[in-house]
Design a protein around this ligand. Structure first.
Ligand SMILES: *Cc1c(COP(=O)(O)O)cnc(C)c1O
Length: 429
């Protein structure tokens, strides 16, 4: 594109500065390893994609992983269970080590299986054991709807009144975020009634990153089980689930983990539980010791690993993209990604702060957010459409008044952030 002096791309302009930051960043973009969709509206070749918190972009390597499974299926049929390049019988094993590194777990504490809400239910079947006074499930008031429905139905399942059993923690009047000290104070005050604390590690709406270490500690000190929904945290922020002493966690892999729509989810169960053979579980044949599985015995012999919670043989075609994606995270490492994420997000936050009439509801403190910035605007849906049509900027709206923008460090660029900020200036200014 030709640029006249003084035009947006000229030296010293914001656009030029964004390009300079892209060229100079210590972690070069891996954008070339992803399929970036064409820009809606046609004003640019590629979209400035900010919806990776909703559905991550497709790694180019996914096709190869899938093609290999399709080829092995056509070539080997049932023999593929043992003779495929990546044998299907224990295919999920291949996700174990990289998934453990991703969430800060020991390998036998994690398993890739099912989808997120299913895993939450399986975890609650084991770990939500209301008894006596201790019946409450505590979530945040801005919990994702699926989590609200899941805990509500768990209370009903146990014959409890969900209105009484489910407690929704709210920020203080006039504030956007839950304060750690308020969650801790609640647990100190009412903890004896709490059976399960189940919060989002990063809130899907506000983008707030919770202090998982402090809250887990307070929850466990109160005698509650502490589980985390990491849908917006896994692949976004570094996690240390084992060291934090988290009881269980679950996450989906189609958001920051780029594994495709409805891809297989992840699950964490702390070591102290995987060793406990007496825990009640909902079981299936992939939850028995693989060494004796095909003896087809009527009684289960669960291994001392998170695999004991598996039900079914793994869906290979939905797991292949998870392996492809984990390979990228493993290669780059969460520490380097987080460092870049902080730089990119700070740049976008700085640009958004300069747009008149735009309020960012995500915490300012980089330690209290991942890469998502949520902005509050009057007509979130309309603005999101105009961003796409006028500037090829793909964000996502949560009605009525939140637009979420996630600069994802693997494939988003400073230039994408510049495009988003410039478009918002144009539309709101
Ligand atoms: C995306 C998301 C879900 C989605 O659940 P699925 O079972 O994967 O459909 C659930 N909870 C949270 C917090 C989410 O962000």
């Amino acid at each position: 594109m030709d640029r006249a002096p003084g035009s947006p791309g000229s030296p010293g302009s914001a656009e030029e500065e964004a390009r300079r930051l892209d060229a100079a960043d210590p972690l070069p973009s891996l954008r070339g390893e992803f399929h970036v969709p064409p820009a809606p509206g046609g004003a640019h070749a590629e979209a400035a994609y900010f919806a990776g918190n909703s559905l991550g972009l497709q790694p180019r390597s996914v096709a190869r992983y899938l093609e290999e499974e399709l080829a092995d299926w056509s070539r080997l049929a049932v023999e593929g269970h043992t003779r495929a390049r990546r044998p299907w019988v224990d295919y999920h094993e291949q996700a174990r080590e990289p998934a453990a590194r991703l969430v800060g777990a020991l390998p036998h504490e994690v398993v890739a299986m099912n989808s997120l809400t299913v895993n939450l239910h399986l975890m609650m079947a084991t770990f939500y054991r209301p008894a006596g006074e201790r019946t409450r499930i505590v979530i945040e008031d801005t919990a994702f709807p699926s989590d609200s429905y899941a805990v509500h139905s768990q209370a009903v399942h146990h014959g409890l009144d969900p209105e009484a059993a489910v407690v929704r923690l709210r920020p203080r009047a006039g504030e956007e975020h839950l304060r750690t000290e308020d969650v801790v104070a609640y647990l100190e005050r009412d903890g004896a009634r709490v059976a399960l604390l189940l919060l989002g590690g990063v809130n899907y709406l506000t983008g707030q990153l919770m202090d998982m270490a402090a809250i887990t500690k307070a929850g466990r000190a109160a005698g509650a089980v502490v589980g985390w929904d990491l849908a917006h945290a896994a692949g976004n922020v570094p996690l240390r689930l084992h060291d934090w002493d988290v009881d269980f966690a679950a996450w989906c892999t189609y958001k920051y983990l780029n594994s495709g729509p409805g891809a297989v989810a992840g699950c964490f169960v702390h070591e102290r539980h995987v060793r406990d053979a007496g825990l009640p579980r909902l079981s299936g044949w992939w939850g028995t010791d693989p060494a004796t599985r095909f003896r087809m015995e009527p009684r289960i012999a669960p291994p001392a690993t998170a695999d004991a919670w598996q039900l079914s043989n793994p869906p290979i075609l939905a797991l292949a993209p998870v392996l492809a994606s984990l390979e990228i995270f493993d290669r780059v490492g969460m520490a380097a990604l987080r460092a870049k994420s902080e730089r990119l997000t700070a740049y976008l936050a700085g640009r958004l702060a300069a747009v008149p009439g735009l309020a960012v509801v995500t915490p300012d403190d980089p330690a209290a957010r991942g890469c998502q910035l949520s902005i509050r605007v009057a007509d979130a849906g309309g603005l999101t459409e105009r961003l796409a049509d006028s500037a090829g900027v793909m964000a996502d709206a949560r009605e009525p008044d939140i637009v979420r923008l996630a600069p994802v460090p693997l494939y988003s660029t400073y230039h994408d952030c510049h495009r988003a900020a410039a478009a918002l200036e144009g539309l709101l200014g």
